[in-house]
Design a protein around this ligand. Structure first.
Ligand code: HEM
Length: 472
């Protein structure tokens, strides 16, 4: 390092206009915090600082700096400490909120349980749940009903994740009375609210929603502990399950001589899998349907590909066939680029770090914005256009500028999402099957479908109608 190296300090970064005492808190009191942050990028540039009643945070939409920060975990950066605080307070100790050595202990068995080989074995679960959803959608199509499609995407991912996590058939697609889903739906937005709350009001006064959350957490915890006990009995009766577990819970219990997880930690990781795997995947499928409902020619191309890969069958027959759905995969990539369901990540510096002359002091709280670079002309030609072909080199007229390395929708570095393979397979089988069987139309004005952020970003007001594909 030469002596004349000029450093930029976090303190010297620009800041959007805010309140003298409350700082940027009033502007941040909206469900769509990601859009507020995006507006501030336009006002201040890719690096800026905000404060909530004097507590400062750095915001970065700079692709290179974000990539570096993600790569420097777990040593130099961690998740925002508040994230762990909130989850631990709710009784959750799992891979998502663990740090340092504890994170390494959690990460290995979780990543092993979600690796491609294990997920391939769960293909029959994906097939079964896709078949159930198609059946449901056909009933709606026959009655020509407008469908709140997001709800069904959610039921699909809940059914897949719970079957894989603890082998239980929740069957939310077919069972309206099942309250497990309702409890989860209460929990996710509350975690989001608490992480960004400037004052932890719930620690002083329990509002109606805090009591509701407490009740939901108790129900979820009791249900999962019941599964843990049942799985322990199964393993005791059949020790072979240690070698060949039939679900994620059995795999965690089978590994336990090595990992030595307490029941509470096993519960924490099962809960984490539900938390991390459901809304993210179902909302990504919803965004894909949002684009498909406005682009019938893309639906036809997916259908054509499905015929080439699995002929007259209604849905894909083997896991291998999913790998052949190249165009469908390109559609998924493009929806993830434009509408990442995790548009921001909250982190914190463990020590002083210098990245590209930016000096980040120890303890700096950072919001990384992933969506900005993904939708910038600097990285993608015609960046605001939905063009799946850009992901298929041979067909792409847009390859002048194509920088897939800036896509951070699944995070980056050692803490990269371990569920990407499962999520991709869920999306491939379902999106291909829906297009094979139906034409999709948007039932509302596209402008009325808006981005909403509640732990993940979803399309609000997404209603569609389906029409059965008429065979020629
Ligand atoms: C489209 C679907 C999904 C998206 C967009 C997504 C996105 C993400 C992101 C952004 C992170 C944070 C990564 C980081 O800090 O660098 C993450 C972490 C994680 N995801 Fe996913 N995810 C998806 C599906 C899944 C699924 C299906 C599962 C499992 C069932 C899963 C399990 C996890 C876990 C366990 C973590 C924590 C990893 C750690 O902290 O080491 N995700 N995901």
């Amino acid at each position: 390092m030469t002596t004349d190296t000029k450093f930029i300090t976090v303190k010297s970064l620009p800041s959007p206009k805010g309140h003298m005492i409350l700082g940027h808190l009033p502007q941040f009191q909206t469900p769509n915090k990601h859009q507020v942050l995006e507006r501030w990028v336009e006002e201040c540039g890719e690096l800026y600082r905000i404060n909530f009643v004097g507590k400062e945070l750095m915001v970065s939409a700079n692709a290179d700096i974000n990539n570096e920060i993600l790569k420097l975990r777990p040593q130099k950066f961690k998740r925002l400490a508040k994230m762990n605080e909130i989850l631990v307070e709710m009784g959750v100790n799992g891979v998502f909120n663990a740090e340092g050595e504890s994170w390494k202990r959690h990460r290995k068995p979780v990543a092993d349980a979600l690796n491609a080989q294990k997920i391939k074995e769960f293909f029959p679960v994906l097939q079964d749940k896709t078949q159930s959803l198609l059946k449901k959608l056909k009933q709606y199509e026959e009655n020509q009903k407008t469908i709140d499609i997001r709800k069904y995407c959610m039921s699909f991912t809940i059914d897949v994740t719970t079957a894989i996590a603890f082998g239980y058939e929740l069957g939310t697609l077919n069972n309206k009375e099942n309250d497990f889903q309702e409890h989860l739906e209460i929990v996710f937005p509350m975690i989001n609210e608490r992480i960004t709350a400037p004052i932890p009001i719930w620690r002083f006064v329990k509002r109606k929603k805090d009591k509701k959350l407490e009740k939901s957490m108790q129900t979820i915890e009791a249900t999962i502990h019941k599964f843990i006990n049942e799985a322990k009995t199964r393993i005791k009766d059949n020790p072979l399950l240690k070698e060949k577990p039939s679900n994620f819970l059995e795999a965690l219990l089978g590994d336990n001589e090595e990992t030595n997880f307490s029941d509470q930690e096993i519960y924490g990781n099962i809960f984490t899998m539900l938390l991390a795997g459901e809304d993210t995947t179902s909302n990504t499928i919803s965004w894909i349907i949002y684009y498909l409902s406005q682009n019938p020619e893309i639906v036809s191309k997916i259908r054509k590909e499905s015929v080439e890969v699995y002929g007259d069958n209604e849905i894909a027959e083997t896991n291998k066939q999913l790998g052949k759905l190249i165009y469908t995969n390109a559609v998924i990539q493009e929806a993830i680029r434009l509408k990442p369901t995790t548009p921001q990540l909250y982190l914190e510096a463990n020590e002083e770090v210098c990245i590209e002359n930016l000096l980040i002091p120890k303890g700096t709280k950072i919001i990384i914005q992933t969506k900005v670079a993904q939708t910038q002309e600097t990285y993608f030609t015609n960046a605001d256009k939905f063009m799946p072909e850009r992901w298929m080199k041979s067909e792409c007229p847009m390859h002048q500028i194509h920088a897939p390395e800036v896509i951070k929708a699944f995070g980056g570095g050692a803490r990269f999402c371990p569920g990407k393979y499962l999520a991709t397979n869920e999306m491939l089988i379902l999106v291909s099957a829906i297009c094979k069987n139906f034409n999709i139309s948007l039932s509302v004005d596209p402008k009325k479908v808006t981005e909403q952020f509640e732990f993940t970003m979803y399309p609000d007001n997404l209603y569609v109608t389906l029409e059965k594909e008429k065979k020629a």
